[in-house]
Design a protein around this ligand. Structure first.
Ligand code: CNA
Length: 328
């Protein structure tokens, strides 16, 4: 892990925590992404080799985001449900980073969390519902459909469409309250903390730029993203986000409390999984799910390939008929 080098004027994690101790920073607004949950075993999108995009090549997708795009999902939902089956977040446990967010709330420093994640792990860690907006929705109520590993079909009034969990896909609108909340929270923030995101998905990717320039920004991520580093009061904590947030807690003098909050959160989640009889020990791997979806799609493409040949045959016959008529 590396942090920005200290110079007399440039803030560092130490000067930020000193401002928190002095009461000059009271209200921390947080933006998190998939990197916060990779240590909980949920792959992010874009990390090379380990990210979802890297693992989907067998599906021969027209573009990597396709399984998460509403228009592609509507006609080809199999890849989405295959991925959901393997990486279903219901059995994931909160990581130290999620616990850090709960710690901020316990200590009265948390303004609000904008989460791009759909795993609900911030709340599992103990963050209250009213302190977090899952801007891209959440999996929480959909595990039955996903566990079957097949595409659930809506039976309401003979509909027959694909059931879709309440997560926001590419091509869909964000929750109505997002824009107002963003404006309100950024105007009140004393610090913006950005964790585990590539800042590639709009409109969340624009949030750090919208923060008034006098307010410091801290990035905890493997690499520099967005326009971080362009402002005098940016602090870069590069490396693993659990390590970075542990260091943040240590500088706040709250390292031990963080471990307690984390262990409690993990115990709570384990008890919840046991109570709900959630035994996902035999869940297939992502590779297995992707291979199975690829097979299903190839079969379907085989059928449509057959249809295509049949149609081509009909068309050729028709054209031959037209040409023959013209020749008469
Ligand atoms: P992303 O584009 O995959 O970026 C993740 C970022 O986190 C990258 O910059 C990585 O280098 C960094 N990173 C990964 N692991 C770590 C780590 N342990 N420590 C520090 N940095 C790390 O993901 P974004 O969140 O930026 O993209 C937004 C998408 C991803 C949203 O639509 C999400 O719904 C979607 N997503 C969510 C989940 C989840 O809910 N857990 C998982 C995968 C994708």
């Amino acid at each position: 892990m590396s942090t920005t080098p200290s110079s007399p004027d440039k803030p560092t994690l130490s000067t930020i925590t000193a401002s928190i101790h002095r009461g000059a920073i009271k209200n921390i607004v947080v933006l998190v992404g998939a990197g916060l949950s990779t240590s909980s075993g949920l792959p992010d999108f874009r990390s090379p080799d380990t990210g979802l995009y890297a693992k989907l090549s067998a599906l021969a997708l027209p573009y990597p985001e396709a399984p998460f795009h509403i228009s592609y999902f509507n006609h080809t939902p199999e890849p989405f449900y295959a991925i959901a089956r393997a990486r279903h977040p219901m059995n994931a446990k909160p990581a130290v980073g999620h616990a850090f967010l709960a710690l901020l709330e316990r200590r009265g420093m948390l303004g609000y969390i904008f989460s791009q994640n759909v795993d609900g792990l911030e709340r599992d860690a103990g963050v209250s519902e009213e302190k977090v907006l899952n801007v891209h929705g959440s999996w929480k109520d959909q595990h039955c459909a996903i566990l079957s590993g097949t595409v659930p079909i809506c039976l309401k009034d003979g509909c027959g469409g694909n059931v879709k969990p309440d997560i926001v896909m590419f091509g869909e609108s964000l929750p109505g309250e997002f824009a107002g909340k963003e404006e309100e929270m950024l105007s009140q923030a004393d610090l913006l903390l950005v964790v585990g995101t590539s800042l590639k998905v709009a409109p969340l990717s624009e949030m750090p730029r919208k923060l008034p320039t006098h307010v410091p920004r801290v990035l905890v991520n493997r690499e520099i993203v967005g326009d971080f580093g362009s402002r005098e009061n940016d602090v870069l904590v590069l490396g693993d986000c659990d390590d970075g947030l542990r260091e943040f807690a240590r500088k706040l003098g709250l390292e031990e409390e963080l471990e307690i909050v984390w262990k409690d959160a993990v115990k709570r989640k384990e008890a919840e999984l046991e109570r709900d009889n959630w035994d996902d020990g035999n869940a297939p791997t992502l590779e297995e799910c992707v291979a199975s979806a690829a097979e299903k799609m190839n079969m379907r493409m085989g059928v449509s390939e057959g249809h295509r040949r049949m149609l081509q045959g009909h068309l050729a016959d028709k054209m031959a008929g037209i040409m023959a008529k013209r020749a008469q």
